[in-house]
Structure formats: C-alpha cells, structure tokens
Design a protein around this ligand. Structure first.
Ligand SMILES: *[C@@H]1O[C@H](CO)[C@@H](O)[C@H](O)[C@H]1NC(C)=O
Ligand SMILES: *[C@@H]1O[C@H](CO)[C@@H](O)[C@H](O)[C@H]1NC(C)=O
Length: 373
C-alpha cells in the first residue's frame, strides 16, 4: 500500500512528477496486492450495476467503526469463521427455458459460480449459497388463490453430460424443499463450503442445477407453467442466486490496532512527522470500481531528521549514527529518511473483474507514526 501513498505523495509534488509508465507500474503493484490482475472495468453505468447486498454494507460500516484494539483482523464475526475477504460471487448460470430434460413439469435453472476469482493463496473458510425468490403475481387472482408453493430441488453436477445422455446420471441431489411464494422475497441458504472448495480446481466446476416445480397444481395446469405461456396459472418467481465466499489471505493478518490518526497536529514544523493527507479515489481515477469509502485519511511522512536525533523521532541506532556522520560531512552522507513506522488498515468495498462485490481489509493503508530510518 506504500505504492498508493507514493502515488499520492507524488501528486503533492513532494517527489518529482513520475513518468506515466512508473504510475502504471505503481498502480499494478497496488492492484496485485488487492488480488486483481488489472484494474476492474465494471460493465455498464453505476445504476445498472449489481447492487451491494445490505449485509455487506452492514459489515463495512461495522468495520469502519471498529476502534477495538483487541478485534481480530482475520475473523469475520458475522459468520463466525476465519477470513479477511468477503465476496458475493455472482451466479452466471442460464435459465434453461422450456421443459427440463429430466423432469417433464420442471423448470430448470443452472447455477454457476466462478471460484477462480479466489487467489490460490486464499483459504476458503465458508461458502454459503443464497437463493432469493422474488414473486410478482401478474394477476390479482393468483394472490387470492391462497398460498402458492413451489418445490425446489438443488443438484450438484458431477460431470459434463454428453448430448443425448441422461443428465440425471450426472447429478447428485443436495437439497429438496418447498418454498411458499409471497409478495415479499423468500430465500433459502445452504452451506456449500466443501463443494465450492472443489470448484477451485481448474476444470472441476460443473455448477449446480435447480429445478422448480409448482406444488399442488393439477397436471393440466402445469402446461401453463411454461414461462413463455401468455396466460400462466402461476407466475414464475424471479430467481436470484449468489455465493457468499469468506476467505483468508494469511499474509494479510497482522493486528488491526488503530491509533486515531485523524487528529494529527497541524503545527508547522519541518521536523519529521506524519502529515495529514486525504486521498480521494476520484483523484486517482478509481471511483468507478471502489464502492466505499470514497476516500480516506492516508497521511504521509515528511520532514527533517536533524542532529541530534531526539527520542520523539523514533530513530534507530543506525539513524542516530547516520545523523552524527551527516553533521560532520553533510555532502558525503545524507540525513536519515522520514518514513512510516506504523501503519493501520482500512476496509474497502469494491467490484472485482467479474463484477462481484468484495469486502476486504487492507493492511498498511494509513500512516499513524513516522520515524527517522
Ligand atoms: C472465471 O474468472 C477468471 C478470473 O477472473 C477468468 O479468467 C475466467 O475466464 C472466468 N471463467 C468463466 C467461465 O467465466
Ligand atoms: C514516535 O513514536 C511515538 C509513540 O511511539 C509517537 O507519539 C510519535 O509521534 C512518533 N514520532 C513521529 C515523528 O511520528
């Protein structure tokens, strides 16, 4: 994250204006520390984008308010598991229109979650499937008919099915349950951690298949269950699925201790100390993929490390000797540098390259203290 700070420092003309190529390589460095191969280019306008699930917003707000020194940076309290990255992996499966090949009266929906978005170093601690059913009856009569229910069966697909073969042979039932259709969205959740772990191996992810079957309907009416039918007896619910994946990048698990650095003194002085710096993500052109925060107080270190080095400058023994030598031979030996010696993390909510919404804690984003090194 020092790279982001450098980017910002340079824009303050503290150092020379960097070459475009250097800026790019700094950006690449920062993005790769976020686990991104390239800068995400989310499709469509901000409005058309996938909305941020409210549960993620809540977690983000909570992590922003965390002052607690004892809070573990690598536990997600909401799910009670180890982790520092929470992704809402989008379903990319198709709705198979028309009859299912395996069940004459069913409607079939494929579910596919691309688990390659996780970096190999990440340990998956939880994958929870969330399927939401939004039901908007087309005709008021449907509401009056009393409770409507569908039966939902979820299968994992264990291998690809060749054309003409029986797809049932390549499926294993995971869940079968009935869902009441109400005007308010209903949802089912299911733990799929070990299955999702197996999906991380290349070529091993055949996804899931969900079959929907209206319950209690008479067989003649089932004909009208077909979605293309102009006068459906039962309006189909809209199915929205996501996989909440909590994972741990063990290299980003240092303590989350945070000293409030927001109230840095503004006294003018040219001695080494942390200075206030607000980084607005708009200024670095990242506002289209970083959802929150819009910016943050990053601060930076600047100032002299003069002889004799006082204790408040947090110098190392080496720095103390270097200032001594510098005072004797100012041209031959430079002063020690004023650098960050304590940094703290922030949480970020962003879209990755697959348009998934990700919440992640980042180390070393805020300068809390400086020292002469
Ligand atoms: C899954 O995501 C990876 C990494 O973003 C990408 O390279 C790959 O093409 C995606 N696969 C599918 C099937 O979308
Ligand atoms: C050196 O560290 C102390 C506490 O460890 C801190 O109060 C002080 O601000 C630091 N000095 C600088 C220059 O940041």
């Amino acid at each position: 994250m020092a790279s982001l700070l450098l980017l910002a420092l340079c824009s303050l003309s503290v150092c020379a204006v960097p070459h475009v190529e250097e800026m790019r390589s700094q950006e690449r460095l920062f993005l790769s520390s976020l686990g991104l191969s390239a800068r995400p280019r989310p499709a469509g306008s901000r409005q058309a984008r996938r909305h941020v699930p409210s549960a993620l917003w809540r977690m983000f707000r909570r992590s922003e308010n965390i002052q607690a020194q004892d809070s573990d940076p690598c536990t997600v309290a909401e799910y009670g598991v180890r982790g520092n990255i929470i992704r809402y992996v989008q379903d990319q499966g198709r709705l198979v229109s028309g009859w299912s090949s395996s069940c004459q009266a069913c409607l079939e929906k494929q579910l596919f979650f691309n688990m390659s978005v996780l970096q190999p170093v990440e340990l998956l601690s939880l994958a929870q499937l969330e399927v939401k059913f939004h039901w908007k009856p087309l005709r008021p009569a449907e509401l009056l008919q009393g409770p409507q229910a569908i039966s939902v069966s979820l299968y994992k697909v264990i291998r690809a099915t060749l054309r003409g073969a029986n797809p049932q042979a390549n499926r294993r039932l995971l869940l079968s349950q009935s869902v009441q259709l109400q005007p308010e969205p209903t949802s089912i959740t299911m733990d799929l951690t070990s299955l999702a772990e197996s999906w991380r191996k290349p070529g091993r992810n055949y996804g899931l298949v969900m079959e929907l079957l209206p319950l209690g309907a008479d067989p003649k009416e089932l004909v009208s269950f077909y979605p293309g039918n102009s006068l459906p007896t039962l309006t189909l619910p809209l199915v929205q699925a996501s996989l909440v994946a909590v994972s741990l990048n063990p290299h980003q698990c240092r303590s989350r201790q945070r000293r409030s650095a927001v109230h840095l003194p503004v006294t003018p002085s040219n001695v080494c100390k942390a200075r206030r710096l607000y980084i607005d993500f708009k200024d670095v052109g990242w506002q289209d993929w970083i959802i929150a925060p819009q910016g943050y107080m990053a601060n930076y270190c600047h100032g002299e490390c003069p002889f004799p080095l006082s204790e408040s400058l947090n110098g190392t023994n080496h720095a103390i000797l270097q200032t001594l030598v510098h005072s004797l031979d100012p041209h031959g030996t430079p002063q020690p540098c004023c650098v960050p010696i304590r940094l703290s993390p922030i949480s970020m909510l962003y879209y990755d390259n697959n348009d998934n919404v990700v919440l992640r804690h980042y180390q070393d984003m805020v300068v809390d203290e400086c020292g002469c090194r």
